[in-house]
Design a protein around this ligand. Structure first.
Ligand SMILES: Cc1ncc(COP(=O)(O)O)c(C=O)c1O
Length: 453
C-alpha cells in the first residue's frame, strides 16, 4: 500500500469530517497551517505529549499547540488553575488580581519589560508594537526582514513569505514597510539613507522560529545599530519567548529590545499576547491631560485582553518557566532528538536532508537543491527553499508518512519539544522517523527523488 493509501485507511473518520467541513469553512480549515492534502486530521483529545484523533490513533505531538504547550497538553498545574478560575468567573469586565500577577511574572522574566500591555494574540501584539513605535518616534516606516513572520495583519504581512500574494492589502500601506535581507551592511546603509524609520522588527532566532537561523551576534549588532540611529528594536518573541530561555532569545544573546512581542507560552495554551518594554514607549497607552489624550494617547481595546482564564493559565505556566527547568529539559530532549534523527538520515545516506534547530525547536530540511550533510545547519540554502522546508514533492508524502508512523509535526516538518517529552518519547520518535523514511524510500513515486550518495 502507498503512503497515501495507508493514510486514507488509518484516518478514515477525519476524511469524513473534513468532507463536511468544506461546506462550512474555506478549504475546510480554520487556520492556513492546518490545511493538508488529502485531508487534515481531526483530533478528539490530548494529554501530556499525546493526542488521539477521531479514529483513536495515538500520535506523539510536536505541533504542541503551535508552540504554546511548553508543559505538554493539559498539564495538571494549568488545568487546576483554569478550573479554579472558571468557577470564579470567566470575564469580569474589570481589573483583577491575576492580571497583575501575570504582568509581574512577565516583568520578572523579560529584561526591559518596564511596562506590559496584554492583547489577545501574537498578531495583536505586533500590531500594537508597531503603532507604539510610530507614536513614540513620530516616524512611519518599519524595517522588517524577508521571511520573518509577525502575524497576519495588514501592516506586516507583506514580506513574510515571497510566495504570499499581497491581495487585500492596500499598496499605500506597503510603502511604509522596507523588507530587507538579514545583512548588517545593508541594514546600516538603509538606516543611514532613511530618516523616517520608526523601528526594526525581527524574529530574533531567525525567520520561522529559527528555520532560517540567525546568530545571537546578528541580534547584538542590530541592537547596537538601531541604538546608534535612534530607531526602536522590536523583538518578536511570540514563539521564542519563555521557550528558548526563560527570558527568550534576548536573555541568551544578552540583548534588551525596546519592545518585545509575546504570546503562545505566555498564556499557557490559552489565547493571549502582550507587548512589554520601555516605559517611555508604552506611556503612549497611558492616559494624561486632555492635550496628551487627544494627540498622543493610543486607543487600545480588546474584549479578551488579560482574560482571567488566560491569566490563570499564564501564571501557572510562567511560574514553572521561572524555575528554568522547563526550558532546560525541553532543550535537552530536543537536542537528543535532532542528533538521533540525523543519525537516521546518515544511516540511510540521505544527502540534502538535515534536521537542525534552536533550543527546543527543530526543523527538517527535505532534499535540498545543494549538498547538505545530515546534521549540518543549512546556512547556504536559499531563503525560499528553507522557508518551505525543501523539496515540495517530498514534503507532503513525508508529512503523511510521519502521521502513519504516529508522529505529528507542525506542517509535517517542524516541531516544538515540551518539557514533558521523555527520553522514551525521543527514542520512539526517532524510530518512527526511520519508519517514515523507509516508507518514503520504498514508494516508487518518491524513490527517484531521494538522493542516496
Ligand atoms: C513569530 C510570530 N509572531 C507572531 C505570530 C502571530 O501570533 P498569533 O498566531 O498568536 O496571532 C506568530 C504565530 O505563529 C509567530 O510565529
Amino acid at each position: 500500500m502507498s503512503i497515501e493509501q495507508t493514510y486514507r485507511q488509518r484516518f478514515r473518520r477525519s476524511a469524513a469530517l473534513h468532507q463536511q467541513a468544506t461546506t462550512c469553512f474555506p478549504s475546510g480549515v480554520t487556520h492556513d497551517a492546518r490545511y493538508a492534502l488529502p485531508f487534515p486530521l481531526y483530533i478528539e483529545r490530548s494529554q501530556g505529549v499525546y493526542k488521539w484523533d477521531v479514529d483513536d490513533n495515538q500520535l506523539i505531538d510536536f505541533w504542541s499547540g503551535h508552540g504554546a504547550l511548553l508543559l505538554g497538553h493539559s498539564h495538571p498545574a494549568i488545568v487546576t488553575a483554569v478550573q479554579q478560575q472558571m468557577a470564579c468567573g470567566t470575564h469580569y469586565g474589570g481589573c483583577h488580581r491575576l492580571e497583575l500577577r501575570w504582568g509581574r511574572l512577565v516583568q520578572h522574566l523579560v529584561a526591559g519589560a518596564e511596562l506590559v500591555r496584554f492583547t489577545s494574540s501574537g498578531t495583536e501584539a505586533t500590531l500594537l508594537a508597531l503603532r507604539l513605535a510610530r507614536a513614540f518616534t513620530g516616524r512611519s516606516r518599519i524595517i522588517r526582514f524577508a521571511g520573518h513572520f509577525h502575524g497576519w495583519h495588514d501592516l506586516i504581512m507583506p514580506g513574510a513569505d515571497s510566495e504570499d500574494p499581497r491581495i487585500g492589502i492596500p499598496d499605500a500601506w506597503q510603502q511604509h514597510l522596507l523588507t530587507l535581507p538579514t545583512d548588517l551592511d545593508c541594514i546600516a546603509q538603509t538606516l543611514a539613507d532613511h530618516t523616517d524609520i520608526a523601528a526594526v522588527i525581527l524574529e530574533p532566532s531567525g525567520a520561522s522560529y529559527g528555520g532560517i537561523p540567525l546568530s545571537d551576534r546578528f541580534v547584538q549588532e542590530l541592537r547596537a545599530m538601531t541604538r546608534t540611529y535612534g530607531v526602536l528594536l522590536i523583538c518578536d518573541e511570540v514563539v521564542t519567548g519563555f521557550r528558548v530561555a526563560p527570558g527568550g532569545v534576548q536573555q541568551r544573546a544578552g540583548v534588551i529590545a525596546d519592545l518585545t512581542c509575546l504570546a503562545k507560552v505566555l498564556a499557557g495554551g490559552l489565547p493571549g499576547g502582550a507587548v512589554a518594554g520601555r516605559a517611555d514607549v508604552l506611556r503612549h497607552l497611558a492616559f494624561g491631560d486632555a492635550d496628551w489624550n487627544a494627540r498622543q494617547k493610543i486607543r487600545h481595546y480588546g474584549t479578551y485582553n488579560a482574560n482571567p482564564l488566560s491569566a490563570a493559565a499564564g501564571c501557572a505556566m510562567l511560574e514553572q518557566v521561572a524555575t528554568g527547568e522547563p526550558c532546560a529539559l525541553a532543550t535537552q530532549r530536543c537536542q537528543a532528538l535532532i542528533a538521533g534523527m540525523n543519525e537516521v538520515l546518515a544511516a540511510r545516506r540521505m544527502q540534502g536532508w538535515t534536521v537542525y534547530g534552536d533550543a527546543s525547536i527543530f526543523h527538517i530540511l527535505v532534499n535540498a537543491s545543494m549538498p547538505i550533510t545530515p546534521g549540518e545547519v543549512p546556512h547556504q540554502v536559499p531563503l525560499d527553499e528553507l522557508k518551505r522546508g525543501g523539496d515540495r514533492r517530498l514534503l507532503g508524502p513525508l508529512r503523511l508518512a510521519l502521521l502513519n508512523a504516529g508522529v505529528d509535526l507542525m506542517r509535517g516538518r517542524s516541531g516544538f519539544v515540551s518539557a514533558v517529552h521523555t527520553d522514551a518519547d525521543v527514542t520512539t520518535t526517532i524510530a518512527a522517523f526511520d519508519h517514515a523514511l523507509a516508507a518514503l524510500q520504498a514508494d516508487p513515486d518518491n524513490e527517484t527523488l531521494i538522493s542516496r550518495r
